[in-house]
Write a protein that binds this ligand. Structure first.
Ligand SMILES: [Zn+2]
Length: 684
């Protein structure tokens, strides 16, 4: 592995931090932590940490010997000094005299000895760092090291590769006991330059940041070289069909099958993140892939991300999607049954009360295609896919030099159901629309943008579709939550299809549509140009139909229901003079909503409309408001508040009505009026 230390870069960071009052040691600690954290083959999503032994002052100015150690929640690749909270060394060292220390007591003790009470929790491996005497300590879950330690004969193998330069620590769950055991092994031979932790990773340590980092890269390179020199071809490929389906063709079936049933037509939905590469393909096509998947994961903390390991799917043959959808369902049922069994067996081993997590896979290998990460959010799906790629690295290496032999599932269970992890999960409640994907048309307009932002704030990922691609992207950025913007003319069926394809490529499917794009044509109905009326029907009726058709095409594959929401208008029920060209297709769209409710209710699809009026938007511009107010001889404020409640109705109010519909699980074929009250326009 390439050593990325660069004197110039290191000194630049040192002088930048010096201006902020950060000393040289801490600046260099930040520098090499970032070097390590930026390399996924070393550190991935919490799998690694670093520390520095130094002195620091508390609020009263008193100086303490401290350990600055990676705090939870910080990404090593972009760490800053506050990501390395200072803990008093005296207390940490005193803990070594204890016979036992529970995880909760250890966390409490570490928190109680922080110099800054608002700092994040110090790493779970803090004591191990503290018990080693060196100023700089580095720890990674290097995939090259894992290839050596995930073997039945890992200890002699490590001896062969590293000789006496490293100590070998048998597997113990991270925490107090591991810290003590590792320190005892170090004390027995203080000449070692690092510690290999069986089935887990590696520690290096030295007096300077550079030396500790250099050692890490050196040992990891030695492990990688050993695999390269002694490795055989690890996998034999299974036969694949001539023509394969594309990943986006199977993603909706997969996310539908993996959705967590919550009873009576409710689901906890997942989104997908697809990856492929020659290396991934070698692994997923291996004739041993299914058997390897049952052995476990390369380093135990991965179980928090991908449970007991991946689910393996056969290669999808092009043109046979419906049958393949059934295969996915069977495989998911099989995976979840095995997961329930794993939980029950291991849970029965003691008296601890635990709540079973959902039994759905988070990493899915598809022969011929690649891998899918699944998660309750795009972020979680990405983490699962990242972890999947590193699992591929480690297992490929392990199989090349021997046989992948990770920790048994009983030990994974201890990690996955670790009380500290369970507490984190309990604190992390999903939002009402978590895992859902909402496609909003006219997404850059006032109502579309307000809806996109509101739905994103409730946990949904948004596909903002608008004629103006740049504006669509801008709204997606403001909405956040990994939302995307797509340019499309909704009156062009091919463009609508392409927008849905983008949604599927990015998230795996769609759950909710807010069919909102519209524009008003004016003119007395008897004198109206035919072309104008037809154009209005294209946008205000047929485009809604195209969007809804695409949505139910996906809903039928996902089998998790779905929500169709249409922006109709007051015009649909209460025509305004000279607005026939607008009202007629809107009236048809209102009935379109009811027709979908009728035809797709049995599939769990709900279809509702929102009937809004007098909203400041592209259809009712500030200029139009000014001229209409003048024509009626009222102020603009009175014109906009010309309703029973006497207040202007905002785009956000319409967005709220759409959200209410998205969440009202037993409401379909409904129309919600959002106009501040207009008795002439009420539905009857
Ligand atoms: Zn670790």
């Amino acid at each position: 592995m390439h050593n990325l230390w660069n004197d110039k870069e290191a000194e630049k960071l040192v002088s930048e931090y010096a201006e902020k009052g950060v000393d040289r040691d801490l600046a260099l600690r930040v520098y090499t932590t970032r070097l390590l954290g930026g390399e996924p083959r070393l550190v991935l999503h919490g799998g690694g940490n670093t520390s520095l032994k130094t002195k620091a002052k508390d609020i009263l100015g008193q100086e303490w010997d401290v350990l600055c150690v990676k705090g939870s929640g910080w990404d090593m690749g972009v760490i800053e000094p506050p990501g390395l909270p200072a803990v008093k060394m005296e207390a940490l060292l005193a803990a070594r005299q204890l016979d036992s220390l529970s995880d909760e007591a250890m966390v409490a003790m570490q928190r109680a000895n922080l110099l800054d009470p608002y700092a994040p929790n110090p790493s779970i491996e803090t004591l191990l760092h503290a018990f080693l005497p060196h100023k700089f300590v580095d720890h990674t879950h290097s995939t090259a090291i894992l290839a050596l330690v995930d073997q039945a004969d890992s200890e002699p193998l490590c001896r062969e590769v590293f000789g006496k330069r490293v100590g070998f620590v048998p597997y113990i769950k991270p925490g107090f006991e591991l810290a003590k055991a590792a320190a005892d092994i170090y004390d027995a031979d203080p000449s070692v330059e690092g510690l290999i932790l069986d089935k887990h990773g590696i520690f290096t340590f030295a007096a300077t940041a550079k030396e500790a980092y250099d050692l890490m890269i050196e040992f990891v390179t030695m492990a990688g070289d050993h695999v390269a020199k002694n490795g055989k071809k690890p996998f034999t490929s299974v036969a694949l069909p001539q023509a394969l389906a594309r990943p986006e063709e199977i993603a909706p079936y997969l996310r539908g099958a993996a959705a967590i049933p919550q009873g009576e037509g409710s689901f906890g939905r997942m989104v997908t993140d697809f990856r492929t590469s020659p290396k991934i393909l070698d692994y997923v096509n291996a004739d041993t892939a299914e058997e390897l998947a049952t052995r476990g994961v390369s380093t135990p903390d991965l179980s928090i991300r991908i449970k007991t390991g991946p689910m393996v799917l056969p290669a999808p043959e092009a043109g046979k999607l419906e049958e393949y959808g059934e295969t996915i369902r069977e495989k998911v049922a099989d995976f979840s049954a095995r997961y329930c069994d794993y939980f029950e067996t291991n849970n029965a081993r003691d008296e601890v009360e635990r709540t079973m997590l959902d039994p759905m896979p988070r990493l899915v290998l598809v022969r011929g295609l690649g891998l899918f990460g699944l998660g309750r959010s795009a972020k979680e799906a990405k983490v699962a896919a990242d972890v999947g790629e590193m699992l591929v690295e480690a297992v490929t290496g392990a199989e090349a030099i021997g046989s992948f032999h990770p920790l048994p599932l009983s030990d994974l269970f201890e990690l996955e159901y670790w009380s500290l992890e369970q507490a984190k999960l309990a604190a992390n409640k999903p939002k009402p629309l978590s895992g859902q994907v909402t496609l909003v048309t006219g997404g850059a307009g006032a109502i579309g943008a307000a809806t996109a932002k509101l739905f994103a704030s409730q946990g949904s990922h948004i596909v903002v579709v608008d004629l103006d691609e740049e504006k669509a992207k801008a709204v997606a950025g403001e909405a956040g939550n990994a939302s995307i913007g797509v340019g499309a003319d909704v009156t062009d069926p091919a463009a609508v299809r392409a927008a849905f394809d983008r949604a599927v490529e990015t998230f795996g499917g769609v759950d909710i549509i807010v069919s909102n794009a519209g524009a008003a044509w004016q003119g007395k109905i008897g004198e109206l140009d035919d072309a104008a009326l037809r154009k209005s029907f294209e946008l205000n009726f047929f485009a809604h139909q195209t969007v809804a058709q695409n949505a139910v095409r996906l809903f039928e594959k996902q089998k998790t229901g779905g929500v169709l929401l249409f922006n109709t208008s007051k015009q649909a029920v209460n025509p305004g003079a000279n607005f026939g060209a607008y009202g007629l297709p809107k009236a048809a769209t209102l009935f379109l909503s009811r027709q979908y409710a009728l035809d797709y209710g049995a599939l769990g699809v709900r279809s509702n409309a929102v009937n809004a009026d007098r909203i400041r938007s592209g259809l009712l511009t500030d200029d139009m408001i000014a001229s209409r107010a003048q024509a009626r001889g009222v102020s603009e404020k009175d014109y906009m508040g010309g309703n029973l409640l006497g207040h202007e109705v905002r785009a956000e109010d319409v967005a709220q009505a759409f959200l209410n519909h998205a969440l009202a699980e037993r409401t379909t074929a409904d129309v919600t009026t959002v106009d501040g009250g207009n008795i002439a326009a009420v539905l009857r």
